[in-house]
Design a protein around this ligand. Structure first.
Ligand SMILES: O=P(O)(O)OC[C@H]1O[C@](O)(COP(=O)(O)O)[C@@H](O)[C@@H]1O
Ligand SMILES: [Mg+2]
Ligand SMILES: [Mg+2]
Length: 344
């Protein structure tokens, strides 16, 4: 990672000086709302049962109390930030906000909900798009990621960090817990190319497609395999935390398609998970693909649609793309154990 921290860079001042006014307003609003979420997470059990199941969500995954709190905190703040409408992971339908707003936001208010009770880093991820004139329609959100005006993640970890882009590089701000304000601490972030780390949920190995299996097998074979060197595995199960680690340390993350029912296109959502991450990562010199295509070129067909997602250091992502191009693409039955990856 590059870019020196300059102690006096208040985030709001930085945005006012560098970002287009409409985007600066939304980013400042999201940053402000995130401090409420950060505060609640920092208090843990003292703030109540944050991981309590409070309602049904789509896909059979229950909504947690913190999912709902974060959703309301962000949406409540966006209404006064020039936002025309919002798509949230926590809401089935788009929500209309300011009829005069010029921007749209797609947001996963709380990413990594399964980690809430374990005191592991969790976060927020969002995408900012131009709004269309006239009454809000679902179709207005169905823009390819390359049209994003801005994107970002907030990581609620040992410290709270906000990585964002408005198309002029990737910037990181850090929350000052003494003042409750964000300070820009790294500009022009560049993802290192030389990491030996990869992130994938290896418990799904038997369900992976052939290219993913072949790639991971070659990594796991280490200095005994075709790569001739050793690699290390990391998987936080909060994508935002994996994104942040890759921004600062490099490496690659895969949540690919697999043979489970409903995982034919992976797990992550195109509009409010893959697109913003792809924008952030590309702006930091990295790459993001679904295996065959650049994420930012995909034309969305539905607001909650899923996509396989592979992102990180550019050369690593390009290498994985070659496994997809060169290999037979099929999601295979449990051949994997027989090949011995986990039974060596
Ligand atoms: O448990 P799995 O399948 O490894 O999934 C982990 C992934 O799911 C996610 O938690 C999905 O996000 P949500 O918590 O917003 O549903 C990602 O952050 C993470 O990488
Ligand atoms: Mg998520
Ligand atoms: Mg979520």
């Amino acid at each position: 990672m590059t870019g020196a921290a300059t102690p006096n860079d208040d985030l709001t001042a930085y945005l006012a000086a560098n970002a287009p006014a409409d985007v600066a307003r939304v980013l400042a609003g999201l940053a402000e709302a995130s401090t409420r979420v950060a505060d609640r997470i920092r208090r843990g059990a003292l703030a109540g049962p944050l991981d309590a199941d409070v309602g049904p969500a789509h896909d059979g995954v229950a909504q947690k109390a913190l999912d709902v709190f974060a959703d309301e905190a962000f949406i409540g703040r966006l209404a006064g930030a020039g936002v025309r409408g919002v798509v949230s992971e926590e809401r089935h339908d788009p929500l209309a906000l300011d009829p005069r707003g010029t921007l749209l936001v797609a947001i996963d208010p709380l990413d990594g909900s399964s980690n809430i009770d374990a005191n592991i880093s969790i976060g927020t991820v969002f995408s900012v798009l131009d709004a269309s004139p006239g009454p809000l329609e679902t179709a207005h959100f169905l823009q390819p990621g390359k049209k994003q005006r801005a994107a970002g993640i907030v990581v609620y970890g040992p410290h709270a960090a906000f990585a964002f882009t408005f198309g002029q590089g990737t910037t990181i701000a850090t929350l000052d817990p003494e003042t409750g304000s964000w300070r820009v601490t790294a500009r022009r972030v560049t993802i290192p190319e030389d990491s030996n780390e990869f992130a994938i949920n290896a418990s799904n190995a038997r369900r992976w497609s052939a290219p993913v299996r072949a790639y991971v097998e070659d990594l796991v074979a280490g200095d005994q395999g075709p790569r001739g060197r050793n690699f290390n595995m990391r998987w936080v199960a909060s994508m935002v935390a994996d994104v942040y680690r890759i921004l600062v340390r490099g490496g690659v993350y895969l949540y690919p398609e697999d043979s489970r029912e409903g995982y034919e296109n992976g797990r992550l959502r195109l509009l409010y998970e893959a697109n913003p991450v792809a924008f952030l990562v590309e702006q930091a010199g990295g790459a993001a693909i679904d295996g065959f295509h650049r994420i930012l070129d995909i034309e969305p067909k539905a607001v909650h649609e899923r996509t396989p997602l592979i992102f990180g250091s550019r050369a690593k992502v390009e290498r994985i793309a070659r496994y997809y191009e060169g290999g037979v693409f099929e999601i295979q039955p449990p051949l994997f154990a027989a090949r011995g990856l986990l039974r060596r």
